[in-house]
Design a binder for this molecule. Structure first.
Ligand code: FAD
Length: 407
């Protein structure tokens, strides 16, 4: 019998975890497994806000794929996916193509800009090692430039973050830690620098426990973060952001707008003809889209319904990892000739948002609220647990967050 070709697109949380599980559980004689990724490294997307603020070097966040994947078992192709041709079971890459019997699409997310004028052209987004590194360098450049100009430009020191959701809050938390260091380094008084978070909803972290939201806002405001709530961003240019609040138009002079208010699935899936809702493909209970028995979707490209809540699960690393482990199991079943695939059941353990390196908030194990040190420690446990699953204790020791007593 011909060995099936399993092709995994994207080496993020979903793709890497699928590959690692297959590497452990199937033999080289059972299937040919190929992992295609843009870069030679995997990165933990959930740490990118730290790289962008400059509080964590990006080499801590990225992991060479070959450190985790055994290339005698899994073929690695470093290339960019351009298009999937599901009717021909082919994937077109920048430098060639691959064919598959089973395909796992785990190409992650991209920014959703909702047609806001100038946002795509002038705002930064936190989406990859490259984009995070660019934000860090851009902020530093503006601080360095400030004191070299005879007429001081406040827009160099105003950092505006669009969105007070999970990513926006985590990023301003890191900025609040980083800015005092930058001020010392570039001889700039702290009170000249503004960190402004603009959010359309009347509260930060919409949907989160109100008590914890209040805690988060107090913690961030005490470190100099300004919030503009119920404020709709209307336009971004090279040196200003315009928003509307209480029917009034307001402007903030700024060279640095970081958009953290919306993500969508990778547009490649729509361009390849899959029916998708903002880049997220609705899937059946076994994570295959209707009409495609040879394609699995995991991570941010999948739209998985939470039947209890009657709405899709929000895209998170947590659910991407679970979907990946589940998909690897179902691929093993298919390889063995089984026809019945197991339905995916999400088992969400909670949510923790960092507020810089020594504060956080979270709700875990159904309704246990955490804040301060216990939430920070829990966040590190979650991160280290992922590394343990991915590459064992060696990877935890190399890349993990092991300092539990940093204040
Ligand atoms: P990703 O992990 O983004 O991986 C996609 C991979 O595909 C990448 O390696 C990319 O390089 C590759 N790729 C993309 N396009 C191509 C192409 N054309 N060709 C080849 N390769 C390609 N979730 C949580 O659960 N907890 C958190 O605390 C949390 N914090 C976050 C903080 C930030 C700053 C951000 C941005 C997100 C956070 N999330 C968090 C969300 C979480 O990171 C995503 O849900 C998760 O990364 C989705 O995993 P994925 O495998 O679908 O995609």
């Amino acid at each position: 019998m011909k060995k099936p070709n399993i092709v995994i697109l994207g080496a993020g949380y979903g793709g890497m975890m699928t590959a690692v599980k297959l590497q452990k559980n199937i033999g080289v004689n059972d299937a040919n497994v190929t992992l295609v990724n843009k870069h030679s490294y995997h990165y933990q997307t959930t740490w990118l806000h730290e790289n962008a603020a400059g509080t964590l070097h990006h080499d801590r966040t990225r992991i060479p794929i070959k450190d985790v994947i055994d290339t005698s078992k899994i073929k690695l192709i470093q290339d960019t996916v351009l298009e999937i041709k599901p009717s021909e079971k082919r994937v077109l890459l920048e430098d060639g193509e691959v064919t598959y019997d089973y395909l796992v699409i785990s190409l992650g997310f991209e920014a959703a800009t909702f047609g806001i004028q100038g946002l795509k052209e002038h705002a930064f987004t936190i989406g990859s090692i490259n984009s995070a590194r660019l934000i860090r360098q851009h902020i530093e450049y503006n601080f360095a430039k400030y004191n070299t100009e005879p007429d001081k430009k406040p827009e160099r020191l105003n950092i505006v973050v669009g969105g007070a959701g999970f990513t926006g809050i985590e990023f301003v938390g890191e900025l609040a830690n980083r800015v005092p260091d930058l001020c010392r380094e570039y001889d700039i008084p702290r009170d000249q620098v503004r960190i402004i978070c603009v959010e359309a909803a009347p509260t930060a972290l919409p949907g989160f426990d109100p008590q914890l939201v209040e805690y988060a806002m107090n913690s961030l405001e005490a470190r100099g973060v300004e919030f503009k709530l119920s404020a709709m961003i209307k336009e971004v240019t090279e040196n200003k952001l315009v928003f509307e609040k209480d029917d009034q138009r307001e402007e903030i002079g700024t060279n640095t707008v970081v958009w953290a208010a919306g993500v969508r699935g990778n547009s490649i899936v729509e361009e390849s003809g899959f029916e998708a809702n903002r880049g997220r493909i609705p899937v059946r209970e076994d994570l295959r889209p209707e009409g495609y028995d040879d394609v699995f979707i995991v991570g941010d490209c999948a739209l998985v319904m939470n039947e209890e809540a009657e709405r899709p699960y929000p895209p998170t690393a947590q659910i991407a990892i679970q979907e990946a482990e589940h998909t690897a199991g179902n691929l093993e079943r298919l390889i063995k000739g089984e026809r019945h695939l197991e339905p995916f059941v999400a088992d969400l353990k909670g949510t923790v948002a960092s507020l810089g390196d020594s504060d956080a908030i979270g709700v875990v194990f159904d309704d246990k609220k955490l804040y301060g040190w216990s939430a920070t420690a829990m966040k590190k446990v979650i991160d280290n647990r992922y590394l343990l699953k991915l590459g064992g204790i060696g990877l935890v020791l190399k890349k993990g967050k092991l300092n539990f007593f940093h204040f």
